[in-house]
Design a binder for this molecule. Structure first.
Ligand SMILES: [Zn+2]
Length: 139
């Protein structure tokens, strides 16, 4: 049962500091940040780990202390990346893959539709964390 006096955590207002951050970033900084995301590291310092376990992210960087999840619904973007990747891989696989029987095709591609997004989950979260950092959301 929920406490009726407890207020929900407010969604943070959009901060107008993004242009300021961008002005101080060195040329090509976005590549460094996206690479850190693909390596599942903190987009700010590149040292702290994004994940505590396979599916559970840390709330903040254990090295520099920045918060990774700052807004409600922030991870929908990583879900979109993962869904798009999975759709592209499955469509390419079905379209350009070997000519298997229907039974084999269903077995292979249905398994791939479950396994592939699990394998890419962490990396899409990492890239999305980098994108959120570049747009001013992880600080
Ligand atoms: Zn960090």
């Amino acid at each position: 049962m929920t406490d009726p006096t407890r207020q929900p955590t407010p969604v943070l207002a959009w901060r107008p500091t993004t242009a300021h951050h961008r002005a101080m970033w060195p040329e090509g900084y976005w590549k460094t940040v996206v690479w850190r995301g693909l390596k599942l590291r903190c987009p700010v310092c590149g040292k702290g780990k994004l994940f505590a376990s396979y599916f559970r992210m840390n709330d903040a960087c254990d090295c520099c202390g920045v918060g990774f999840a700052r807004e409600h619904g922030q991870w929908v973007g990583s879900l979109d990346i993962n869904t798009l990747l999975t759709a592209i891989v499955l469509m390419a696989g079905v379209g350009f893959g070997p000519l298997w029987s229907l039974k084999t095709s269903l077995a292979v591609w249905c398994t791939a539709a479950v396994v592939f997004p699990i394998l890419t989950f962490r990396f899409s979260r990492g890239v999305w964390t980098a994108i959120v950092h570049l747009t001013g959301g992880v600080y």
